[in-house]
Design a protein around this ligand. Sequence first.
Ligand SMILES: *Cc1c(COP(=O)(O)O)cnc(C)c1O
Length: 408
Amino acid sequence: MKPLGPIPSGYASRDGQLEIGGMTARELVELAGGTPCFIYSKAHLERRVAELRAAMPARLGINYAVKANPFLPVVTYMARLVDGFDIASAGELVTVMAAGIDPFRVSFAGPGKRDKELEAAIHAGVTLNCESEGEARRTLAIGERLGIAPRIAIRVNPDFELKGSGMKMGGGAKPFGLDAERVPAMAREIIAAGAEWRGLHIFTGSQALSAEAIIEAQANVLDCADRLAHEISTPLPKLNMGGGFGIPYFHGDLPLDIAAIGAALEERFEGLPETLAATELCIELGRYLVGEAGVYLAEAIDRKESHGVTYLITDGGLHHQLAASGNFGTVVRRNYPLAIATRFDADPEEEANVVGCLCTPLDRLADQAHLPRAEVGDLVAVFCAGAYGASASPAQFLGHGPAAELLI
Ligand SMILES: *Cc1c(COP(=O)(O)O)cnc(C)c1O
C-alpha cells in the first residue's frame, strides 16, 4: 500500500459522488462532453484569492502566472480576482489580450524572447522583464524603431534562493535574469535611453510549503531591491517579489501557513526604506491560485488482475496529467490525491494500481492505492489538476488527443 496525497478542502460528496460547483461527477462529465476532462471551479478560485487577500497586506498586489493554467475562461475569470498577470511567451500574450486584460497589468518574463515577441509586447504596452543585457538592448532598439518607449523591468538573478523549493530558479549561474551586481548599470542605461523604467522582478523559486522559507526569501528580496535601487539612484517604481507558494500534492505535505507570511510582510512593509516607500509591490503565483481548483476526471475502461495485482485502466493518463504520473520534475514517484469520484464516500476496500491508457509503463496515476472497489464505468478523479495539467502534458503523445476543459 502506498498513501495517496491529501484531497484539497472544498470537495464534498452528493448521492455518493464527488460534487463540484453543485454538480455531481457524472453530470460534469456529461456537460464536458465525456471523459477525460478537466473541471475547474469558479467558487474555488474565488475563495482561494479572497483567503489570500485577507492574509496579505492590503498594499501587496497579487499577480497570476498564466503558465500555470492558460485556459482562456480561467484567465478571463482571474481578471476579476487578481491585480496583474505574468506571461512568458507571445502565445500567452495572445491569451491575456483575448481575455480583455489591460496590458498595463501584464508583465512578460522568460529567458528567450524573440524579436517578434518583444515587438508584440512593446506594441501592446506590456512590461518586459528583461533577462539579459542583450535582451534589454534589443528591446530598446525595437522600441526606437517603432517610436514607442518600451516599459522595461529587469529580472534579477539574486544571490540567494527559496529554500525547500521544488524548482530552484535563483542563486548561482542561471539562464534566468541578470546577475544582481550587473543590474544597476543596465538599469541606468535603460533609464538614460528614455524607456519607461518599471523596476525589478526577483523570482526565487517554486512549490515551497515552508512559511519560514518564504518569509526569509521575501526579506532577502526586499533587502536586495533596496540595495539595487540605491545603486541605481532612483526609487523603485515597481517590485515583483516573486512567488513560490506551494500546495500539498503528496501524503504528509501540509498547507502553507499564509497567515504567518502575511504577518511577516506586514511588519516589513511598516518599516520600508525610502527606496521602496512608494514602490508598487506584488507577488506572482501560479499553482497556489489555481492548482486545487481543478480536478481531472477519467473513466475506468478495464479492470484486470496480473500476478495478483489489480489494475484499474482509465481512458485518461499522462498525456493530460504528466505531473500526476511522476514524470514532470519529480525524482521519486509519489501518488497525487486521487479518488473514485462515483464512490466518493465509500470506504476503501482493496489495493489497486490506477493507470492510463497509453502504451507505456510510465503512464501511472496511482500506485498500490487503497480505494473503494471500482468497476468498469466508474469515474476516477485526480485532484490538484488545476495547474500544470492540460497545458503541461504531451497531449499528442500516442494520438489519444486532448482532454476537454470546463470552468464551472
Ligand atoms: C513558473 C513561474 C511562476 C509560477 O510558479 P508557481 O509555482 O506555479 O507559482 C511565477 N513566476 C515565474 C517567473 C515563473 O517562471
